[in-house]
Design a protein around this ligand. Structure first.
Ligand code: XMP
Length: 435
């Protein structure tokens, strides 16, 4: 079943993504396109019911003045012109109202009276459509997926398993910088429960060897990123007859918005430096979904809630939380302490509430006493922050009893640690991570 579609044309309004979400919230599917969208590209879209000419201050996109194309204005499709002079428009709005409710109220008559769009967009229909599209795209060919266990790659895996099952080959690379139990969960959920073809590669030692003695954060990131691609490439070379690479690209990766500058839709390069000579076509079934829709999709596909609602985790993993040159000892300390923190957050009902929380182990020791003798061991730093866009962040004000419990457990259970600190610095001037 093909959904009715409302096209949002980016004519310099900074809130394209918000409007797209509001249209979808009313049950009508919507996509955002740049002002320079060609007639041919437009012709490829099915079931277009109407267009929102989303104007804004001075019609500026990336410093260029933009206009809606004449052919579109003359196409006879109903247009809603927002802060944009278009005589042919079926409706006009001087500007968008502030609240979501008012935006939806303004959209309703356009969507349902003028465009006569059907409110049939929901997750079940989306999944059904994507399954059909993937089957059509892939045919009998095989698809490779790097399954990190993050939200996006996990939802892609679940969706592709439904669509093409045994034609999907997943590869999970454990770089040794995963959180405690994370690789095990990937194997349990995808291999054991969902019966995916999953190649598990434990490359921990290889990464640790490469990182030995490297203290510079950016150098560490580079090594982890490059090594990851190398391991994945070697794994891919073992499979024959694979024509497609699946990716967890999501809509915000494609559409830049909400920045206040009215940036245009950009070409997306999420392939993260995969070698040019790997001739794969991309399968990106989530590329039109916003993050909350990706989560809803994951739940609808039967993924566990803790996988779908997991907090963001940086690609270099615990590598940037074990500060300076990584050692096995401090890596174990940061991983064990992180597991305790997560457990206690879950117990306190904070897991879904706090945006990001983790532990950090610096490369310094302090004096303490243990069992009546002098100790010289590492501290563990606790971090718990809230943010909307990760550009600025505030500190979650943890209750003393929780801090106390976490501290006691870390001191009792984690080897080589004799102090626990709580980082109360906002971003800026601090960053969220320590490296
Ligand atoms: P900072 O430390 O810059 O972090 O305030 C902002 C957000 O980005 C995450 N982060 C990373 N994510 N690769 C990633 O995929 C990285 O190298 C990286 N460094 C930071 C961080 O966890 C926070 O959510």
């Amino acid at each position: 079943m093909k959904q009715d579609l409302i096209v949002i044309l980016d004519l310099g309004c900074p809130n394209n993504a918000q409007i797209a979400r509001s249209v979808r919230a009313l049950g009508v599917y919507s996509e955002i396109y740049p002002a320079g969208f060609s007639r041919e590209q437009f012709g490829q879209l099915a079931n277009v019911k109407g267009v929102i000419l989303n104007g804004g201050k001075n019609r500026q996109v990336d410093g260029q003045t933009v206009q809606a194309p004449q052919w579109l204005l003359q196409s006879g499709l109903p247009c809603l012109a927002v802060d944009y002079a278009a005589p042919a428009a079926a409706m006009t709005l001087p500007q968008w109202p502030d609240s979501e409710e008012e935006i939806q109220a303004a959209l309703r008559p356009f969507l349902f009276d003028v465009c006569q769009a059907a409110a049939t967009w929901n997750m079940e229909n989306f999944i059904a459509d994507q399954i059909e599209a993937v089957r059509k795209q892939v045919g009998k060919e095989k698809v490779l997926l790097a399954l990190s266990g993050g939200v996006d790659s996990s939802v892609v895996a679940a969706l592709l398993l439904k669509a093409i099952g045994p034609q999907l080959q997943c590869v999970h690379v454990n770089h040794g910088l995963m959180r405690k139990g994370e690789s095990e969960q990937v194997i349990r959920v995808f291999q054991q429960e969902m019966k995916a073809n999953l190649l598990y590669i434990d490359a921990s030692q290889r990464f640790l060897d490469k990182l030995a003695g490297v203290a510079d954060p950016e150098q560490k990131r580079k090594i982890i990123g490059n090594e990851f691609i190398r391991v994945f490439e070697e794994a891919a070379a073992n499979f024959t007859g694979i024509s497609f690479l699946a990716q967890g690209t999501i809509y915000p990766d494609i559409v830049e918005s909400g920045s206040g500058t009215g940036k245009s839709v950009k070409a997306h390069h999420n392939v993260g430096g995969l070698p040019e000579d790997m001739k794969f076509d991309l399968v990106e079934p989530l590329k039109f979904l916003f993050k909350d829709e990706v989560r809803a999709c994951g739940l609808a596909l039967g993924l566990p809630a803790d996988m779908v609602y997991r907090q963001p985790f940086p690609g270099p993993g615990l590598g940037v939380r074990c500060l300076g040159a990584i050692t096995a000892e401090r890596l174990e300390a940061v991983r064990e302490a992180d597991a305790i923190l997560r457990e206690e957050f879950a117990r306190a009902g904070l897991s879904g509430k706090v945006w990001q929380y983790f532990t950090v182990v610096p490369d310094l020791k302090s004096v303490g006493v243990k069992d009546g003798a002098r100790s010289f061991e590492y501290p563990v730093i606790l971090r718990a922050i809230n943010t909307v866009d990760a550009m600025t962040a505030t500190v979650e004000e943890l209750e003393w009893p929780l801090l106390h419990t976490v501290c006691q457990r870390i001191l009792n259970e984690v080897p080589h640690v004799n102090r626990v600190l709580y980082d109360i610095s906002p971003k800026p001037p601090a960053t969220i991570e320590w490296e």
